[in-house]
Design a protein around this ligand. Sequence first.
Ligand SMILES: [Zn+2]
Length: 205
Amino acid sequence: MKLLLLGPVGSGKGTQAAIISKKYNIPHISTGEIFRWNIQNETELGKIVKPIVESGNLVPEELTNKLVEDRIKKQDCENGFILDGYPRNLAQAYALDKMTNLDKVILINLSEDEIIKRLSSRRMCSKCKQPTSLQWLVNGKCEKCGGEVYVRNDDKPEVIKVRLETNKVPNELIDFYKNKGIFYKIDATNDVEETFQLLDVILKK
Ligand SMILES: [Zn+2]
């Protein structure tokens, strides 16, 4: 099963990809992980990508495509894979189309209000460095160690709005897969388990 998960930041896409990966025994592939793997293993592509990633610049499209192609040819992808965060635009979708044929593309959808609600309730513990949530705090402190909590810069409402805008799933990408007849959409308003049940119905189709 060759799968692509799409969804906005805060939709729980990464969590769902991890659950699917475990249940169906196919690798969860994100470009960030591919970059890190190649850098750590000092591959030819890794040597090229390292200074780009380290400088905080965007990895050129062509190089990203090459790295993904290289990754999905590996043996653990024999029975399929879950792509997460790639392709992020139409140009990459065309490039991927030349490498392989996806079986299903699923958009994990969540309203902007719900995303802001979720992300803005996230807290970080300054003591144990673990993420937590406003609802779990005990007397305003970390429920695990009692440490002081704070809001990560990324999770401030004004920053969330910018992240949502820059990470939006482009409509032309959705249309591209709709035209292929492999596009599905689910709603992620419910909890992780219920969202997975909705996904699983589509995966079993
Ligand atoms: Zn803590």
